[in-house]
Ligand binder design. Structure first.
Ligand SMILES: Cc1cc2nc3c(=O)[nH]c(=O)nc-3n(C[C@H](O)[C@H](O)[C@H](O)COP(=O)(O)OP(=O)(O)OC[C@H]3O[C@@H](n4cnc5c(N)ncnc54)[C@H](O)[C@@H]3O)c2cc1C
Length: 382
């Protein structure tokens, strides 16, 4: 009995996050078709949540390459670049409004993803397609197996599948490690009406309210809600001891870590609507890289997961996707040259950002917090 050959895709991308979608878009602009596979059942299967500031020299550069910069600017959250830094007593130690010249406009993550998705032919992404196995074949090709038992082969396999990438083991044995920081995320809906005190303390953009080893990082979203990252430097097991199915008990357990913080800050958790969401922050080793492996590469978090304390991860994913697309378009007959050229630029860029993220983590949670952050913002303005 002969079995039918598997479908073949010249370029296959695992993961339709910001990085994978940008790659597909840039290839599309250059007349190259990519097939994307994502485990989410549908584009709206998960709320995308959160605001992202998109940097002029990385994320916005990528959107220019994708021919989407104008559309991006139309979706920017005016006022979102405002920033406030408070100490734990609630005293404002630094404040800056958004005068529109910041070079880091804010966009809702879901809107950015929608913009990228809408710019691709409708059948580019196969949803509900969880990759469970990837194997090298001869000549740099790969065979990919999905959870439903189907599969395909490809000449160029791109792992854009985030922190816990299934593709990464083809090139590297590295695994993300816990950074020592745990987040508990909270949302306050319709803040101006339902939570005016919290709306005022967060302001129009981003709030950092910090003490030694902990703090509240919060921002206003485009729908008028507040999104709060409660950050605690804690052992990896700390979150295991909290029952997140019991909302009030979870709030009390988290707030125990914030004794001595001003009541207006504690209210960001005490008054939260809906369930609190735990999240441990992991990172790959700074400077993670690999030797060239024929026919496969990684981008975004799959390549260089880092803590979010430099606000670079999504920007890098966008730029990686754009640069990989441009490299493949520039070397249509020589995939290996394209992948090598892409990696040669990506590795040092990611290493520098990973180091910056690690420095950002130290600075935010220093014993004299929030002084380090205040000095950083003042220095940026000088
Ligand atoms: C709390 C927090 C706050 C952050 N804030 C910022 C910020 O302000 N600014 C910033 O620039 N960055 C920020 N980041 C980082 C940013 O979110 C990531 O760096 C960025 O989303 C990475 O994009 P990506 O495309 O590489 O991966 P992802 O966005 O993780 O996308 C990966 C995709 O792959 C899919 N996938 C995973 N496994 C499989 C599989 N086996 N098969 C098929 N599909 C799969 C997933 O469903 C997903 O759609 C933050 C991160 C966190 C955790």
């Amino acid at each position: 009995m002969t079995t039918a050959p598997l479908p073949h895709h010249p370029v296959a991308v695992v993961g339709a996050g910001l990085g994978g979608l940008t790659l597909a878009r840039v290839l599309h602009v250059h007349g190259i078709r990519a097939a994307l596979f994502d485990l989410d059942a549908a584009p709206d299967a998960r709320t995308q949540g959160g605001m992202l500031d998109i940097h002029d020299d990385s994320g916005q550069e990528a959107l220019r390459a994708a021919g989407l910069h104008e559309e991006f600017l139309d979706r920017v959250h005016t006022g979102g670049q405002a920033v406030r830094v408070l100490d734990r007593e609630g005293t404002v130690r630094f404040e800056e409004s958004d005068d529109g010249t910041g070079g880091r406009p804010e966009i809702d993550r879901g809107e950015l993803r929608e913009l990228l998705l809408g710019s691709l032919p409708a059948d580019t992404v196969r949803w509900g397609a969880k990759v469970t196995d990837v194997r090298p074949l001869d000549g740099g090709r790969h065979r990919v197996t999905l959870a439903d038992g189907t599969g395909f082969t490809t000449d160029v396999l791109v792992g854009a599948d985030g922190a816990w990438s299934r593709v990464r083991p083809l090139v590297s044995a590295a695994r993300p490690a816990y950074t020592g920081v745990s987040f508990v995320e909270a949302d306050l809906a319709d803040a101006d009406v339902r939570h005016p005190g919290s709306a005022e303390v967060v302001g129009a953009g981003m709030l950092f309210a910090l003490g030694p080893g902990r703090g509240f990082l919060a921002h206003r979203e485009t729908d008028g809600s507040l999104h709060v990252y409660t950050a605690v430097t804690a052992p990896e097991e700390w979150l295991d001891g909290i029952d997140f199915t019991d909302g009030e008990a979870a709030k009390a357990a988290v707030l125990k870590e914030f004794d001595g913080f001003d009541e207006r800050l504690r209210a960001l958790v005490a008054d939260a609507d809906g369930a609190l969401v735990p999240r441990r922050i992991h990172a790959l080793p700074a400077g993670h890289r690999w030797d060239r492996v024929p026919g496969v590469t990684l981008l975004g978090d799959a390549a260089h997961l880092m803590s979010p304390f430099a606000g670079e991860g999504a920007n890098l994913a966008l730029l990686d996707g754009a640069e990989l697309g441009l490299a493949l378009a520039a070397h249509p007959e020589d995939t290996e040259a394209a992948l090598a050229a892409y990696e040669a630029r990506m590795f040092p860029r990611a290493a520098a950002s990973a180091a910056e993220s690690a420095r950002g983590q130290d600075l935010l949670f220093r014993a004299d917090a929030p002084l380090g952050l205040v000095e950083m913002f003042r220095g940026r303005d000088d």
